[in-house]
Design a protein around this ligand. Structure first.
Ligand SMILES: NC(=O)c1ccc[n+]([C@@H]2O[C@H](COP(=O)([O-])OP(=O)(O)OC[C@H]3O[C@@H](n4cnc5c(N)ncnc54)[C@H](O)[C@@H]3O)[C@@H](O)[C@H]2O)c1
Length: 375
């Protein structure tokens, strides 16, 4: 992630210092930058002079002392709070008092990382999506300690990098990793109930729902180890709210080493010549699957707005620009009709009696008063 973020900053005219403790990582980052920036020049997206300028703007180092003159440092090291605390304390002793210190963390709170600083008002979350040079979304996360000036400076900067910056609350999963949970969780639940197999659920979400990838193909792509870890972390961080309960199916796949594409086996078999069972392309079944996952996603999106994580526009931007959803979830809800969405959730809640299906109060209120998420 660090190499990708460094590339974004350099492509936007900044002088960048990329620091890693591991020299091999720096060498790989350097050759990756060379390849990607040269390709942009070959395609005519940038001139040869711009190519040289961008490549010349990135300096590679194993020492944080090089950060002395930096106006902004974005940390993207391993996801370990103790290691991050040490690094932030060390960084603060090196940089100027005006330097903003940011973290690209996906699962730790920004407040907890910022507690290592003597001047935590300059701490902020700047959360990129992978691959950073290609994905337009950046979640901007002020901690309780962050000053308004820091938020304003970072928001202006991210916009100037031609990224879509969405400010959100310092809550578990921020926007995308919270709102997207049912895409995986409800798909796994439908499988576990024996309603449909992986291929059929993927077919429903792509062919009927218009998603670029089905949940099981996507989990295999992300890696079941990584995706399961995010699910478990969000579940724990939300004090075990049943909405975020992880699935045994995913856990077992992870335990078996069925991580997905990277291990050659996940929900699907990626070995050469392997034949995976085809989807059952039943329109009625597919519509049931798609509707069920979609209303659960909408319910989660509504909750993010209800709990002031961000506004309706922010959720829709995050899900379309961060994970390529075909439509903003709340725009989708408005189009379907909130009464209809609510009815489907109430049916699930009545059928199962489980808290995970409880309709969000904001959705209830808007439906009752004949309003929409977007005015
Ligand atoms: N991978 C993703 O898709 C993704 C997306 C968004 C955010 N993030 C977040 O970005 C951060 C990095 O994730 P990643 O996937 O790039 O991890 P990674 O393990 O690929 O890279 C981490 C790098 O940090 C280096 N490092 C470790 N300790 C260091 C230290 N003390 N000083 C300097 N460098 C050190 C390691 O050598 C390694 O190269 C994490 O906080 C993660 O939550 C990851």
């Amino acid at each position: 992630m660090g190499a990708g973020i460094a590339q974004v900053a350099a492509q936007n005219g900044h002088s960048v210092i990329l620091v890693d403790v591991n020299e091999t990582v720096l060498d790989t980052a350097k050759s990756g930058h060379l390849k990607m920036i040269k390709r942009l020049a070959e395609k005519g997206s940038i001139t040869n002079a711009e190519c040289d300028q961008i490549l010349g703007a990135i300096h590679y180092s194993t020492s944080m002392n090089e950060f002395k003159a930096c106006g902004l440092v974005i940390e993207a090291i391993i996801e370990d709070l103790t290691v991050k605390h040490n690094v932030f304390a060390q960084m603060e002793s090196i940089v100027d008092t005006s330097c903003i210190l940011a973290s690209n963390t996906s699962s730790l709170s920004i407040a907890s990382i910022g507690s290592a600083l003597k001047q935590p008002h300059r701490m902020i979350g700047i959360h990129f999506f992978n691959p950073a040079p290609l994905m337009p979304l950046v979640e901007i996360i002020p901690a309780v300690q962050t000053s308004e000036a820091t938020v304003a400076t970072v928001t202006t900067l991210i916009t100037s990098w031609k990224k879509t910056g969405v400010v959100c609350k310092d809550t578990p999963g921020f926007i995308v990793n919270r709102v997207a949970r049912p895409f995986y969780g409800e798909a796994l639940r439908i499988y576990e109930e024996g309603i449909a197999d992986f291929a059929t659920i993927d077919w429903a979400m792509t062919a009927i729902g218009g998603f670029k990838m089905g949940p099981f193909t996507l989990m295999d792509y992300i890696g079941n180890d990584v995706n399961y870890a995010v699910t478990e972390s969000v579940f724990q961080s939300f004090y075990y709210d049943p909405r975020f309960k992880p699935s045994f199916t995913q856990k077992r796949h992870k335990e078996a080493g069925y991580y997905g594409r990277k291990t050659g086996r996940g929900y699907y078999d990626y070995a050469e010549g392997a034949v995976n069972a085809p989807a059952t392309e039943d329109e009625e079944l597919g519509t049931y699957i798609f509707d069920r996952i979609l209303v659960m996603l909408i319910n989660e999106a509504a909750d993010a707005v209800f709990m002031n994580v961000t506004d309706a526009k922010g959720v829709d931007l995050a899900m379309t620009k961060g994970v390529n959803y075909p439509k903003g979830l709340l725009t989708w809800a408005d189009e379907i009709g909130l009464d209809d969405v609510l009815l489907k959730l109430e049916d699930l809640f009545a059928e199962y009696g489980e808290d995970r299906y409880r309709p969000n109060p904001l959705l209830r209120k808007l439906a009752r008063t004949n309003q929409k998420f977007h005015a």
